[in-house]
Design a protein around this ligand. Structure first.
Ligand code: NAP
Length: 335
């Protein structure tokens, strides 16, 4: 296993992080379900193969994912890095059981600690921006959690570039603990973060944690043009795809991945994940699996590297159109 520093912090995380969104019956957006014995086998195999980083969230099945992860980690619980999140709606009928108020953050952290069976959270992430709470209130509450030891590091998820820049600037001005990571959607079918989020994170020292690096399984190659989606696959279970991409572009990229994978004697998933981890701004890639076989396949993306030519080719065919002001800035960058 390869380990990288999480952003500018001294914390070393495995380049593959195991996401626990698929662990539960009430999986987020039909992510799936597994028996507890399958979850245990997956978590054991991950730990035995050097994965020291696990990601969950309070809203994944309203706490059930945190509980299952804590239970499955057993005695390894204090040797690994656990990331969880706060922000989502935990109770539709209670306006205070959501968001990033001091009130909700303080209550949520205690609930997450209890469910995980831990005294502290390694990485506490704000799941997404809260338009109804001043960001200053959120940042002060997070700093207090770090100071009292309930949380060791803090990070963001799904923020816009300006939201990251504003938050970290306020943390610097106030001498608060700073965000060290940004958990964002990133894959060969979704590279939007390269325009605003990645430059902000590189400038401010946040490591990127790509989520859905296989675009929810599309980049495994199991979805084939002109064929029905495979039974019991995520896209088959979904009424409407969650991630947005052009299906034809998707099939084309998978075809090209297949050709590259044959050259290396690797699988399509392994090549797609290897491309994500080839990016210097990535600290750890958050994968999701629904079986031990999928985990074994995906962990095979570690221990080898695509050559530069193949990375550049994949960059080229997956390249999104550059929006304004990027194309303007590109044009006059050297003046
Ligand atoms: N911060 C956020 O907003 C956010 C949002 C989403 C996810 N996340 C995090 O990111 C993690 C990963 O997300 P994700 O599950 O969408 O990641 P993903 O790796 O893009 O997709 C995982 C899914 O693809 C399929 N799959 C994976 N490996 C496969 C293989 N080798 N062969 C065939 N199928 C395979 C499985 O689905 P099926 O077998 O069911 O088809 C699996 O559940 C989550 O657990 C969570 O921690 C964060």
């Amino acid at each position: 296993m390869e380990y990288r520093n999480l952003g500018n912090s001294g914390l070393k995380v495995s380049v593959i992080c195991l996401g626990a969104m698929t662990f539960t019956e009430k999986g987020w957006r039909t992510a799936g379900t597994m028996t507890f014995s399958e979850i245990e086998r997956i978590v054991d195999y991950a730990v035995d193969n050097g994965v020291n980083f696990f990601d969950t969230a309070d809203i994944y099945a309203f706490g059930e994912s945190e509980e299952l992860l804590g239970k499955a980690l057993k005695s390894n619980k204090n040797d690994v890095i656990i990331a969880t999140k706060v922000r989502g709606v935990m109770d539709e009928s209670d306006p205070n059981k959501r968001g990033l108020s001091r009130h909700h953050i303080f209550n949520s952290v205690d609930n997450s600690l209890r469910r995980l069976g831990r005294d502290y959270i390694d990485l506490y992430q704000v799941h997404w921006w809260d338009n109804h709470t001043p960001i200053e209130e959120t940042l002060e509450a997070l700093d207090d959690l770090v100071r009292i030891g309930k949380v060791r590091y803090i990070g963001i998820s799904d923020f816009a570039g300006w939201q990251i820049a504003r938050s970290v600037s306020l943390q610097e001005i106030n001498g608060y603990s700073k965000f060290i990571s940004a958990q964002m959607y990133y894959s060969l079918l979704g590279r939007d973060i390269e325009f605003e989020v990645v430059p902000a994170c590189e400038d401010l020292g946040l490591g990127i944690l790509p989520w859905s690096p296989l675009a929810g399984g599309f980049l495994t190659g199991k979805y084939k043009k002109d064929e029905n989606f495979p039974e019991d696959s995520r896209y088959k279970r979904m009424e409407k795809p969650f991630l947005r991409f052009d299906l034809n572009k998707g099939y084309f990229i998978v075809d090209e991945l297949r050709k590259i994978s044959e050259k290396y004697g690797k699988t399509v998933s392994q090549v797609a994940l290897n491309w994500v981890k080839s990016k210097k701004f990535v600290s750890s890639v958050i994968i999701g699996v629904r079986s031990l076989d999928q985990l074994k396949d995906n962990l095979g993306c570690v221990g080898w590297d695509l050559n530069n030519e193949d990375i550049l080719y994949l960059d080229e065919i997956s390249s999104p159109e550059r929006p304004y002001p990027q194309w303007f800035l590109d044009l006059f960058a050297d003046l």
